[in-house]
Design a binder for this molecule. Structure first.
Ligand code: PEP
Ligand code: MG
Length: 838
């Protein structure tokens, strides 16, 4: 086995580490190194644990080439240092790096994948901020962001040879330019070859390329011409491969008008070919800014919208210490502390109720801090001594945070939460906008200097119409997350945050256009140019083949949202989501009430209620499955009915009763089914209660392979592609390091779906898809081709899926499914489907 560098990520937050690893692995074309996460605490909380870091280092050391450890803040560094003492890794060299987690991880994974040494991987990680830094320095100086300084000038040892062995002029064709993924492909082409590569932007000196960082620093954008030169025994082979990669747009979307290249042919050394060519005209979007351009603004996530502007506030500063409050006013001033803290606690609780699971726990914790009587009393004591309320809160909460910090370990990590709540109470007392994301129920366009990934991840796409940041680039995590969440976004919009008087902003996330206070005519252009028409309530292909589009729901408000989105029913009601955090099994009566609220939103329409899918990543306290080594392969889903007597029967009683009291057409299905006997038993219990439509989820390869026999005992199946993918690929769906395997575009997964589709078609049985795959417009069309008869997804995904289906015929969908099934990997699968479906 080739020795490579293993990588460890130490972070306080498991989701943050997983997302960073997912991003890095997504950008790594093949053969990624082992990335081991040591993030969060064993009980799912925020923090780091030195023992876990030691284990992770041990796992990463198995790569054989040393270990690079990236860390986030404070105690992560301490935990990593401590872990070095425990790690049982013999002589394996371990390097702790101060490189930033996102950029550093990306650079190190790509470099390690190419087989580089620990020194080289560590150097790439450390240099990974260079691209961003150079970009921003240049912009501050008013220069072209991608210009010379970003590449760094070639030092004497980097001076290009007068006579390279091979050279080619190429055009950057792919839409996002040379971002991390193309950079990784270039580095992979270079790996193991006896060749030195240099790249020159038009009119500039050539820069030697050793790893992804230098390539990213180049900042080459779509439409630019680059000159590649190589020396060494493998120079020609390298240049040939690179020419092909550029001509192919690195397998990414290219605009047809950006031609492959006038000279995308490789030529044996021709001194003239390396000379600067005529500068290529850059086709960068011109953002309008109250009529004038905002230089450099880039559209990074399509969609044209307008809305009221909300600015991400600056951090709250320390309030002044005076003037001293006179005796007579101190009592009133003291009660302002409680009023402000109450208001903050209430606002945080209100947000918690709307946030997802993780966000909600954090917000509830903040509300508890705001309600803490000891902290309030400590502030009031300062007021009694004459301090103004805002300053008293500042000092009292600050002192508490200091105490926590001095205790070290996990307790110290809570200090940040106290300081966040302090800022909120002070903002309330001084009538400033609270820090962090806006707390509003009204839609808005968010304008920020920059956003942390965690902030972007918390944005609610139903409220945040668009995102405009002064910083960031097309491949920044903000851009990637915004695209992933369907939020139109423009980055690098310098001056947008401080725009005076701009109250409404029109944002075009494709062209980068920004129009402040748009005229009625400009606003009208939005409706005309809207990219995704609203769903009309009937999913179908271009040739009229009906594919009902349904909503996935987990609570009553999701049902209402689905109904507003004109969903044709509910394809998946995750009942376990109603009872997360509950210590006791809910009574049948309580269950009836909860189920009825969802059913009530869909009179006359199909609602598929899934029985409790407890266990694994969704543990329920009243469904104990004991300690399990591999919970995803353990007692979860339907299997929990084997260990909690009567649980399933009581739930079926409740579903049947709720169905009899509402007008929805209720169906039930069981999760995590592996055998026909399990399905038959479930069907018998459900039918005995008068439930006429009974199905099972296909989440295990076994169920997919047995689909024709399952149809002998049930009426429909629903493909849970999230789990079907994890079990087919034997890749834990919670592990960021396995994200590339956990991709429903995997040909094997689609082949299994096709099997279920054929089994359904043979007997006229329903074949739904309710995993995340159904929400990917292109994949949705593939699923229809593979035999899906309905698709169920988050309500906001419905319009885009509906629009994609309307563009293609059933026959195209079938061809795309066949192409995906016979593809070699996910990239080929996506490309093949896109070619047929676009
Ligand atoms: C699935 O596995 O695809 C699914 C829909 O179920 P869940 O995501 O709730 O496990
Ligand atoms: Mg599942």
């Amino acid at each position: 086995m080739t020795e490579r560098v293993g990588i460890v990520v130490v972070s306080h937050s498991a989701p943050l580490a997983a997302a960073a690893a997912e991003l890095a692995l997504e950008m790594t074309p093949s053969n990624p190194p082992r990335v081991v996460l040591a993030a969060g605490t064993a009980d799912g909380g925020t923090g780091t644990d030195a023992m876990r870091v030691a284990e992770a280092i041990g796992e990463a050391a198995a790569e054989g080439g040393g270990v690079l450890v990236l860390m986030d803040l404070g105690s992560a560094v301490l935990s990593a240092e401590m872990a070095l003492e425990f790690a049982d890794i013999g002589d394996t060299p371990v390097r702790l790096t101060s490189a930033p987690i996102v950029e550093g991880l990306l650079a190190s994974v790509v470099t390690a994948a190419a087989g580089a040494s620990l020194d080289a991987v560590a150097a790439e990680a450390l240099g990974s901020l260079g691209a961003k830094r150079a970009h921003l320095i240049n912009e501050e100086a008013g220069a072209d962001p991608g210009a010379a300084g970003a590449t760094g000038s070639a030092g004497p040892e980097d001076a290009p040879p007068t006579q390279p062995d091979a050279t080619v002029e190429v055009v950057v064709r792919n839409r996002d330019g040379i971002h991390a993924r193309p950079a990784a492909l270039i580095v992979a082409a270079l790996a193991g070859r006896d060749a030195v590569l240099r790249i020159a932007r038009t009119g500039e000196e050539a820069v030697r390329v050793g790893g992804p960082t230098g390539l990213l620093a180049l900042g080459a954008r779509q439409g630019e011409t680059l000159t590649l030169t190589a020396t060494g025994a493998d120079a020609q082979a390298l240049i040939d491969e690179l020419a092909m990669l550029f001509a192919d747009g690195f397998g990414e979307p290219c605009d047809p008008e950006v031609a492959a290249a006038p000279a995308a042919t490789t030529t044996r050394t021709d001194p003239d070919a390396a000379k600067p060519a005529t500068p290529a005209e850059k086709q960068l979007p011109a953002a309008t800014h109250s009529g004038g351009p905002l230089a450099g603004a880039l559209g990074v996530s399509p969609g044209r919208v307008a809305g009221r502007v909300v600015r991400m506030p600056n951090p709250i500063a320390a309030p002044p210490e005076g003037p001293e409050i006179t005796e007579e006013y101190r009592q009133a001033e003291g009660s302002r502390v409680a009023q402000a803290a109450d208001a903050v606690a209430e606002a945080l609780r209100h947000r918690a109720a709307r946030a997802g699971e993780t966000g909600s726990a954090i917000l509830e914790a903040g509300a508890a801090i705001a309600a803490d009587e000891d902290l309030r009393e400590s502030a009031r004591e300062r007021v009694r001594a004459g301090a103004p309320a805002a300053r008293a809160v500042w000092d009292a909460f600050g002192a508490a945070a200091d105490t926590l910090r001095s205790l070290g370990g996990r307790t110290a990590e809570r200090a940040a939460d106290i300081l966040d709540v302090r800022a909120r109470i002070v903002a309330q007392l001084t009538e400033q906008q609270p820090p962090g994301l806006p707390d509003t129920d009204e839609p808005y366009v968010l304008v920020a200097h920059d956003l942390a990934p965690a902030d972007t991840a918390l944005l609610d796409p139903s409220l945040c119409l668009a995102l405009v940041t002064e910083e960031g680039g097309p491949t920044s995590h903000t851009a990637i997350l915004a695209r992933g969440r369907g939020i139109p976004a423009v980055v690098a919009a310098r001056g947008a945050w401080s725009e005076p008087g701009g109250e409404t902003l029109l944002v075009d996330g494709a062209s980068g256009e920004l129009v402040w206070n748009p005229s009625p005519e400009q606003l009208a252009s939005i409706t005309e140019r809207a990219e995704t028409p609203p769903f009309d309530g009937a999913g179908r292909t271009a040739d009229g083949h009906r594919v009902p589009l349904l909503a996935n729901v987990g609570k009553a408000s999701d049902g209402a949202e689905g109904a507003r989105a004109l969903a044709e029913g509910v394809g998946l009601f995750r009942t376990e989501f109603c009872f997360l955090g509950r210590a006791e099994e809910p009574s049948v009566e309580e269950q009836i009430e909860i189920y009825r609220r969802v059913l009530a939103a869909f009179p006359g329409k199909r609602v598929v209620v899934r029985t409790l899918d407890a266990g694994s990543d969704k543990p329920l306290a009243f469904v104990p499955s004991g300690e399990e080594e591999n919970p995803a392969l353990g007692v979860r889903g339907l299997r929990t009915s084997w260990i909690v007597p009567g649980l399933l029967d009581r739930q079926l009683d409740a579903i049947a009763a709720a169905a009899s009291q509402e007008a929805a057409e209720v169906a039930v299905m069981a999760p995590m089914v592996a055998t026909v006997a399990e399905a038959a038993d479930f069907a018998e219990r459900a039918r005995a209660r008068g439930l006429a439509h009974v199905g099972v989820m296909i989440e295990t390869p076994s169920a997919a392979l047995l689909a024709n026999r399952l149809f002998e005992v049930i009426d429909f199946v629903s493909l849970g592609t999230n789990d079907l993918t994890q079990y087919t690929m034997a890749a834990d769906r919670l592990l960021g390091s396995l994200a590339a395997l956990n991709d429903p575009w995997q040909p094997a997964v689609v082949e299994l779906i096709g099997r279920a589709g054929s089994a359904g078609a043979a007997v006229g049985g329903g074949v739904g898809v309710c995993g995340e795959a159904a929400a990917d417009p292109l994949l949705a069309a593939v699923l229809v081709g593979a035999g899906a008869t309905s698709l169920s997804m988050a309500a906001r995904a419905i319009p885009a899926v509906a629009a994609q289906l309307q563009k293609v015929t059933l026959e195209q969908c079938r061809q795309a499914a066949a192409a995906v099934i016979s593809a070699r990997d996910t990239a080929a699968a996506r490309n093949a489907a896109a070619a047929i479906l676009r």
